[in-house]
Unconditional design. Structure first.
Lengths: 395, 395
């Protein structure tokens, strides 16, 4: 294993940033049987690892997230995606905990993904659409290598929302003795037919863009911006509740068009402009092949698939304490899915608590101002810290 | 007014069909102030108009529907879209009623729309993307001209689901004395932010297709098939409930791929193949400019907009009997929207009944096998027929 801290040359969006990165020359054996080597893992850490190495929290990001969970994201120059949750004195308190967040396998913020240059063939070229099909398990196996590199035997907690929650669940199943506690938020133990359907339409939008070029757009110096923007716009609708959209936009028109009675061939509703903004912002920071790769990994996710669809058996060996959190207005991963996880965990006698946060903000609420979520996360972490103290005292 | 029954030369999909069509040379003054002339209205009728001309039922179709409501659709060679509901001895019994269904303004099955050749300019060319922006009101004004042409003063019923329900509501508001009863099914008095958002993403998918050519694809002999297919696939997800998708497809794989462990760059879930099928079927029969035009008309629909958002005032002058029907698992036009319609109708003392059909099939349930819906429609029609008999007897 070679530890390097170097300027990332592969991620075009990333030029100014000093990316924290580990390189594993021996690579990773993927679930599909392929060997991916070398393997690079870009990550950020916050806070200090204790001498006993027992205060590490791994945070897992969602489909289009990144490792910049707190402080200023050096790429976007905006606050990190969970900066309201992670930092000194915040619910995930970096004065107490050593927080690790790594860019997931297959993404485009420094960890090996379709944008990486292949080193398994003689001609230098990017993986592009030939990047192997990966799974959520492959993502957490990559994280495990990173965690091991710190000499951490057991994570105090693994926390994540949406696809991050899938990773948290997979950690509890795949590495039971290495995870003290798990907080899967706004997630599911499987991708449903509707989830797959939305992802599939997003991918088809990307493939329909003539600049997709069978995924080899980087060869031609183009990017399938329009297709990727359509995919993002559609996905963004699924992240919000109908109530949130109604409250925020309703049927409001763009200000400068209110008095126009002349038909124009453009959009006049504020909600349309908002989606355009979301779409165009996104394509500047994200890679189309990464979107395809990671969305497929989500589609393949089903914790019970190795156990004939029996989630109880999937959880048979878990050892972690769980706090399962759902969001009442989340229709992408509705509360019923979290309840199914809790029920299966109860069947194996796992220590599990369950909180449904009442919010009208939809799936995205876990990224937004939601005081009940803060209290729940902070309370759970304090509680298990106390439990562990008692356990250590007893032993 | 010229009545003609002629081979439609404009609708490429339509060559073998003898389209019933009316031509109104004087045209229609649209809500946006433009005059659209001449105006052609393609329609189908089923059953016999009574001597008193009091047994006519107008059926209004949805976004991508057509006038072929019953029997065999001469274009697709399949059964008409509501053939289980409309026909001899069926809930909307053509042995008793004279059923009219016309292709909506802006569509592509014979009624004037973007595919029509302009006659307002000297150079022969299709409207394409320059087709005027139309509204649901413009659609029903077109239908009113057709209904008048039959000498029908008062329709016995106007019935429609989804966008068809919007038209039914608009009839009750715009022509109160000419509609004896109205059945809006799985619909809303306005398009919500989420409804608009989905439509907008669909349009952006179309505009992203290089074959869109700013809506002038017909000039180049191309069609934005891929963009239109993406729009349709996405819309199709919104027509189905999550439960229906789970029951029908779940996470099932394509049969021939079940044993394949080799990663392929294609889709393996049945739900994806189903969507591909829906998308590719659709683009063969529908015009992209029509999709854009009609989806915009839906977005603009808000019965209360002329009344400062007060739906009660919008209904102030209605005279019809209403049967409002919602579908319990419809998340595109949820039951709450139907309830709001009923509440507003109650406030003006309208005669209104309300039925929520319990189904897990989602928005599309009104087109599917749903015995409770059949019973509701049949029961309502029988009931108002009896009421009208009593009224006639009393007067």
């Amino acid at each position: 294993m070679v530890i390097s801290e170097k300027q990332d040359e592969k991620c075009e969006n990333n030029q100014e940033n000093l990316v924290q990165k580990l390189v594993f020359p021996e690579g990773l054996l993927l679930e599909n049987g392929q060997k991916l080597a070398p393997l690079e893992v870009a990550y950020q850490t916050y806070g200090q690892l204790s001498e006993a190495k027992d205060n590490a929290i791994l945070i897992c990001h969602a489909l289009t997230g990144d490792q910049y969970v707190s402080g200023i994201n050096p790429i976007t120059k905006k606050l990190g995606w969970w900066s309201k949750m992670v930092g000194p004195g915040l619910p995930i308190d970096t004065d107490k905990y050593f927080v690790i967040c790594s860019n997931v396998l297959g993404s485009c913020m420094g960890t090996t993904g379709p944008r990486s240059v292949r080193e398994d063939i003689s001609t230098a070229r990017r993986w592009g659409a030939e990047f192997p099909e990966i799974t959520i398990k492959d993502m957490i196996d990559t994280q495990k290598m990173l965690v091991d590199s710190f000499g951490i035997d057991r994570l105090f907690a693994v926390i994540g929302g949406s696809m991050g929650g899938m990773q948290a669940l997979q950690w509890a199943v795949s590495y039971p003795e290495h995870v003290y506690s798990v907080m899967p938020i706004a997630t599911s133990s499987f991708h449903s037919a509707q989830n797959i359907a939305f992802n599939e339409v997003g991918r088809q939008a990307i493939f329909s863009d003539p600049d997709w070029r069978e995924g080899e757009y980087w060869r031609y110096g183009v990017t399938p911006y329009r297709g990727l923007a359509v995919a993002r716009m559609m996905a963004h609708i699924t992240y919000l509740s109908e109530d949130a959209l109604n409250r925020k936009f309703g049927r409001k028109l763009q200000e400068n068009l209110k008095d126009s009675s002349v038909p124009i061939f453009g959009e006049r509703f504020q909600v349309a402009s908002y989606l355009h903004y979301q779409g165009s912002n996104f394509v500047r920071r994200f890679d189309a092949n990464s979107y395809v790769t990671i969305s497929r990994a989500m589609d393949w996710f089903d914790l019970s698939q190795m156990h004939d669809g029996d989630l109880v058996r999937a959880f048979a060996n878990v050892q972690s304490r769980f706090c399962v959190i759902s969001l009442s207005s989340d229709w992408l991963f509705p509360t019923s899915r979290s309840r199914a996880i809790v029920q299966a965990l109860n069947r194996v006698g796992a220590r599990v608590s369950f909180v449904e946060i009442t919010t009208d903000k939809g799936h995205d609420a876990f990224l937004l101002e939601e005081p009940d979520l803060d209290l729940t996360i902070q309370g759970f972490l304090s509680g298990i810290e106390e439990q562990r103290r008692l356990e250590n005292y007893a032993s």
